[in-house]
Design a protein. Structure first.
Lengths: 287, 517
C-alpha cells in the first residue's frame, strides 16, 4: 500500500517538473489563474454593479470610467464580464463534474463487468453520440426549460459519452494487467479492485479530458445562452451578453467585442492548460 | 454620371410603372389569415390586401369613404343603417359579391350558434359591438345590392367600425369549402390574391387583375418575417427586401445617411403599455399599481428604446392626435422612494416575486420588447419587486394574455378606426375583460368607466363625446390598471425605388397603388 502511494507521488512530482518547462501550458495556467482570481473576487474588483442599469450612460465607448464601455442599458461591460467569469467557470466545473461522475460510473461498470451490460451502455452512448452536441443540448433544454442551472445539466449530459468511452477503454487495457490479476488472486473484492487498483490508473486521461471538457462546456453553455435558452436576463452571462448586444455591433462594437474576447480567452486558457496536462501526464510522452 | 442622373430623373417621373415584386420585411409572421379571427397587426396587414370592407378610411386619416358599399343612409334614431352595394364585384374564387354574401359574413361573426362561427374567438366583433350578437340586432337583405342593419341602440362609431380591417367580407363559398382551414386559404375581393404561406417565413400574394378599383401596379407582394430588427435592416441595405417596418433607433440614423433609402413616418395612432393583471394578487391593490407606476422612469425608457423624435412618453391610453385626449392629466413622476413607500403601505415592505411578460416580436408601439422588459425589470428590482421575464411565441402570447395567465404583460394597441371608443372600450372596459378573448388584459372592471363609455357610444355629438373621453382618461389615470409607456410615430424604411407607399395610422394600408422602379 505504501509503495503504491509513493509511486503516485512521484508521478505527480515528475509531472509538475515537466509542466514547469511547458511554455504554452504556463501561459494557459497564468490566464486561468487570472480568470479564477477575478471570479472569486469579482465583488472587490468590479467597479460597478453588473446589473445596475443607467439609461443616461448607455452605449458609452471604453474610457477610464468604464474600461470596456457600457451596454445598451448603461451597465458597465467590464463589471459584467468579471461576474460573467464566475458564471462561466461555475457552469464549466459543475457540468463537467456531472458528466465525470455519471460517465465514470457508466464507463467503469461497462468496462469492468463487460457482457450484456457493456453492450447496453455502449449502445446508449452511441445513440447519444449520433446527435451533434449542441442539438442534443437544445433538445434537453426544451424539456427542462430555459434556465442557467438547466443549461449546466444539459451541457453535462451531452458530455457524458466522452468520459464513458475514455474510462471504458482505459479499463479494458488495464483490467487484464498482472497487478490486477495479483489483487484478484489475493481475494480482494471486485469493487475494491476497481476503485483502489484500476481507477487510479485511469486518472491521467480523465484529468486531461476534464480540463479540455471544461472549455467545450463553457462554449456550449455560452451558445445556449446566446440562443436564449441558458442564462436569463439580467444575468451577466457572456453568451447572453453577445446575443443581447449584437444589434449594436455596428454602433457600439465594444458591447460585443469584449464578451466575445472573454469567451475566447477563457476557452483558449483551458485548452492550452489541458494540452499541457496531456503532454506531461500521458505515459506515451514519458520517454 | 450623366447617365445615372438621367435615369434618376426618368425613374422619379410621376408615371407609375407596372410590374415587379414588392418584398415587405416585418418582425413577425401572421397568426391567421381570417381577418375576423385575429387581433394582431401582422395578420391584418396581409388580410387588408386580400379582403375588402364595406367602407374604408381615406389613405392618410380615418375619415370613412365608400368601398364595397357605394352609399349609405341612416334612420333618424340612428338605429337603422342601409347600404347600397357595389355591383359587378367578384371574389377571387369567381363567385359574386352581393347582399347575401354580406349577410352570410355578419351572421357568421355575430351569431355564436351559426354553423360557420368557427376558426377562432371572433374577438374584434366582441370588442367593437359588445358581445354576441351585441349591439347589432339583425342584418337583412333588402335586395341583391342593398343590405340593412338594425341596431339595439345607437352606436356612434358604427360606420368607423365597419371600415376596420377585421370586418372584411370573405367568400361564403370558400368558408363553406375550407371550413376550419379557411384561415390558411383566404378568399376575398381584394386587390391581391393569396398564393402561398410558408409558416414563419413568408406569405406570397399575387395581383388580382380584375380588381374593381383597377388592377394593382405590382405583380406580387411577398411578406417576409425577419424577427431580428438589425438583421432585417441589413437585408434592406443589401437589397433583398424593399421595405421594412419596426426599425431600431440606431438604424434609423444610419438609414438617413444612406442615399438609397427613404424614411416614411407612420402617423401616430397607438399606445404601448404594461398591463397589470388585476385578477391576481397583489395587483388588485391600487397602491401596488401606483407603486409600479412611480418605479419606472418612462422618459429614459422612451429615449433609450424608441429613439429620439420617434415616440413620446404616454400619460393617457389614447394618443394626443386623437380627440378626447386629456392634456390636463399629470403623469406619475419617476419616484422610486414613493414607490417603496406605497409598497410598504400595501403590505409589501420587501417587495414581492412576480412575472413580467415580454413580447416576442417587435411591434410599432414596442420596437425593442425584450430590452424594454429588461429595463423595466431593473427598475422594479430597484424598489424590491423581483420580476422574472417570461416570453412565448406571438400567437401563444396573445392567447395566454387573453386568458389572463400573466401577472404583468407588455402589449400595445394600434387604433383601428380613429375613434377613442376603439381604445377605451376594447382595452379597458369590463365588457372586454372576458377570460379567453380579453382585450382588457389588465382585467380592469370599473362600473364608473363602463357607464361613461357606453354613454359615449350612444350619443353622436362629437364635442359631448370628447368630454366623456376626457373624463375616462381621468378615471384610468386614477385607477392605474396600466403603466402607459409610449405613443410612437413608427418609421418605415424603404428603398427609394418604392413609390406611393402611404403608411396609414391604423397600421395597415392597401398596397395596390404602390409601384416600383
Amino acid at each position: 500500500m505504501n509503495e503504491e502511494k509513493r509511486y503516485s507521488q512521484t508521478l505527480w512530482k515528475r509531472a509538475f517538473s515537466r509542466f514547469k518547462k511547458h511554455k504554452t501550458g504556463i501561459v494557459g495556467g497564468i490566464l486561468l489563474f487570472i480568470f479564477i482570481f477575478s471570479a472569486i473576487f469579482a465583488e472587490y474588483i468590479s467597479p460597478y454593479d453588473p446589473i445596475a442599469q443607467n439609461l443616461e450612460d448607455r452605449l458609452q465607448p471604453p474610457s477610464l470610467k468604464h474600461p470596456f464601455g457600457t451596454d445598451y442599458a448603461g451597465r458597465d461591460v467590464f463589471s459584467r464580464i468579471l461576474y460573467g467569469t464566475r458564471i462561466s467557470l461555475t457552469v464549466g466545473f459543475i457540468s463537467v463534474a456531472l458528466a465525470l461522475i455519471i460517465g465514470t460510473l457508466l464507463g467503469a461498470s461497462a468496462g469492468y463487468l463487460g457482457g450484456w451490460w457493456d453492450i447496453l451502455i455502449m449502445r446508449l452512448i452511441d445513440i447519444m453520440l449520433a446527435f451533434p452536441a449542441i442539438l442534443l443540448a437544445i433538445g434537453i433544454m426544451a424539456i427542462l426549460g430555459p434556465k442557467l442551472t438547466n443549461a449546466m445539466i444539459a451541457v453535462g449530459i451531452v458530455a457524458i459519452p466522452n468520459y464513458t468511452r475514455i474510462i471504458r477503454a482505459t479499463i479494458l487495457s488495464i483490467k487484464n494487467k498482472d497487478f490486477v490479476d495479483a489483487a484478484r488472486a489475493l481475494g480482494i473484492s471486485p469493487i475494491r479492485i476497481l476503485f483502489r487498483h484500476i481507477l487510479p490508473n485511469c486518472l491521467a486521461p480523465i484529468i486531461v479530458q476534464a480540463t479540455l471538457g471544461i472549455a467545450s462546456a463553457i462554449l456550449e453553455a455560452a451558445g445556449l445562452s446566446f440562443l436564449g435558452l441558458g442564462a436569463q436576463p439580467p444575468t451577466p452571462e457572456w453568451g447572453a451578453m453577445l446575443s443581447e448586444s449584437r444589434q449594436y455591433l455596428r454602433y457600439a462594437p465594444w458591447t460585443v467585442f469584449f464578451p466575445g474576447m472573454a469567451i475566447m480567452t477563457l476557452v483558449l486558457a483551458f485548452n492550452l492548460f489541458g494540452d499541457a496536462l496531456r503532454d506531461v501526464l500521458d505515459p506515451r510522452y514519458y520517454r | 454620371m450623366y447617365l445615372k442622373q438621367w435615369c434618376f430623373i426618368i425613374g422619379n417621373s410621376a408615371v407609375p410603372k407596372k410590374g415587379g415584386t414588392l418584398v415587405y420585411g416585418r418582425g413577425g409572421d401572421s397568426v391567421k389569415l381570417d381577418p375576423i379571427n385575429v387581433t394582431d397587426g401582422e395578420s391584418l396587414r396581409v388580410t387588408h390586401q386580400i379582403f375588402d370592407t364595406l367602407v374604408k378610411y381615406r389613405e392618410n386619416n380615418t375619415e370613412v369613404v365608400p368601398n364595397l358599399a357605394t352609399s349609405w343612409t341612416v334612420s333618424k334614431d340612428q338605429k337603422v343603417w342601409t347600404f347600397r352595394l357595389r355591383k359587378g364585384v367578384k371574389f377571387h374564387d369567381g363567385t359574386e359579391f352581393d347582399a347575401e354574401a354580406v349577410k352570410f359574413n355578419f351572421d357568421r361573426w355575430m351569431d355564436e350558434k351559426n354553423p360557420y362561427h368557427f376558426g377562432g374567438e371572433f374577438e374584434y366583433w366582441g370588442y367593437m359591438f359588445g358581445g354576441f350578437p351585441g349591439v347589432v340586432k339583425s342584418v337583412t337583405v333588402v335586395d341583391k345590392y342593398t343590405i340593412r342593419f338594425t341596431l339595439e341602440r345607437p352606436l356612434a362609431p358604427f360606420l368607423s367600425n365597419l371600415a376596420m380591417t377585421p370586418f372584411a367580407i370573405a367568400s361564403p363559398t370558400a368558408i363553406k369549402k375550407y371550413k376550419e382551414d379557411f384561415f390558411k386559404n383566404p378568399v376575398g375581393t381584394g386587390a391581391f390574391k393569396f398564393v402561398s404561406w410558408t409558416k414563419g417565413d413568408k406569405i406570397v400574394l399575387e395581383a388580382n387583375k380584375n380588381y374593381w378599383d383597377g388592377a394593382p401596379y405590382l405583380d406580387r407582394v411577398i411578406f417576409r418575417s425577419i424577427p431580428d430588427n438589425s438583421a432585417r435592416f441589413m437585408e434592406l441595405e443589401a437589397g433583398t427586401i424593399d421595405l421594412m417596418d419596426v426599425v431600431n433607433p440606431e438604424d434609423v440614423e444610419r438609414a438617413k445617411a444612406n442615399p438609397n433609402l427613404q424614411i416614411i413616418l407612420r402617423p401616430s395612432l397607438n399606445v404601448g403599455y404594461l398591463a397589470m393583471n388585476m385578477d391576481k394578487k397583489p395587483f388588485d391593490d391600487i397602491r401596488v399599481r401606483l407603486a409600479i407606476n412611480y418605479a419606472i422612469n418612462k422618459k429614459a425608457l422612451v429615449e433609450a428604446f424608441y429613439g429620439k423624435g420617434l415616440a413620446i412618453v404616454a400619460k393617457n391610453p389614447i394618443p394626443p392626435s386623437l380627440w378626447g385626449y386629456n392634456d390636463k392629466i399629470e403623469d406619475y413622476p419617476y419616484d422610486p422612494a414613493k414607490a417603496k413607500e406605497l409598497l410598504k403601505e400595501a403590505g409589501y415592505p420587501n417587495g414581492f416575486k412576480t412575472t413580467l411578460w415580454a413580447m416576442p416580436v417587435p411591434r410599432p408601439y414596442n420596437p425593442q420588447p425584450r430590452k424594454l422588459a429588461e429595463a423595466v425589470q431593473s427598475y422594479l428590482k430597484a424598489v424590491g419587486i423581483d420580476a422574472e421575464i417570461v416570453t412565448y411565441d406571438w400567437g401563444t402570447y396573445l392567447q395566454k394574455t387573453e386568458n389572463g395567465e400573466h401577472d404583468m404583460a407588455f402589449l400595445g394597441w394600434i387604433g383601428d378606426n380613429g375613434d377613442p371608443d376603439n381604445f377605451f372600450y376594447v382595452l379597458l372596459d369590463k365588457d372586454n375583460a372576458v377570460k379567453g378573448s380579453a382585450g382588457n388584459i389588465a382585467f380592469y372592471r370599473s362600473d364608473e368607466l363602463h357607464e361613461i363609455l357606453i354613454k359615449a357610444q350612444t350619443i353622436s355629438d362629437k364635442r359631448e363625446r370628447a368630454k366623456l373621453y376626457e373624463k375616462a382618461c381621468e378615471i384610468v389615470h386614477r385607477d392605474a390598471p396600466w403603466v402607459i409607456i409610449a405613443h410612437t410615430t413608427p418609421p418605415v424604411v424603404a428603398k427609394k425605388t418604392v413609390h406611393n407607399y402611404k403608411p396609414h395610422p391604423t397600421g395597415s394600408e392597401p398596397l395596390y397603388r404602390v409601384w416600383k422602379e
